[in-house]
Design a protein around this ligand. Structure first.
Ligand SMILES: [Zn+2]
Length: 120
């Protein structure tokens, strides 16, 4: 368990919140012009990086407001919480080195880092 600083209510237990996935993903301006691969990338592909990750969270059992959170996925440290529509803060993550030298993505699965896997 950890505490999340809701921008509307202040610090509350994590159990009151639900995560809505990666933040700041803009919907394409004209979806009919996209290829199936581009549309699939918009819908399903997420960064899953090791380090700073910007996420949408909902204070479901509190004020029920949506907000953004910057979290270090390597340490689970919450670096910033800010309201929807605000500019994400520029942050620097403390990424601990691992003895196995794992890649710069969270899962260690190299296939998730290949953004061009749909392009032929
Ligand atoms: Zn709240």
């Amino acid at each position: 368990m950890f505490l999340i600083n809701c921008p509307y209510c202040g610090e509350r237990d994590q159990a009151e919140f639900t995560c809505g996935g990666e933040a700041h993903i803009a919907r394409p301006k004209n979806p009919p012009e996209l290829s199936d691969e581009q549309w699939a990338e918009y819908l399903f592909l997420r960064k899953n990086e090791k380090g700073i990750h910007y996420e949408r969270w909902n204070h479901e059992y509190g004020c029920r407001q949506w907000f953004n959170l910057a979290r270090n996925t390597a340490t689970d440290e919450i670096l910033a919480a800010y309201k929807m529509g605000e500019t994400p803060p520029k942050l620097k993550a403390n990424i601990p080195a691992t003895p196995s030298g794992e890649p710069s993505i969270g899962s260690g699965n190299l296939s998730t880092s290949k953004k061009d896997r749909f392009l032929k």
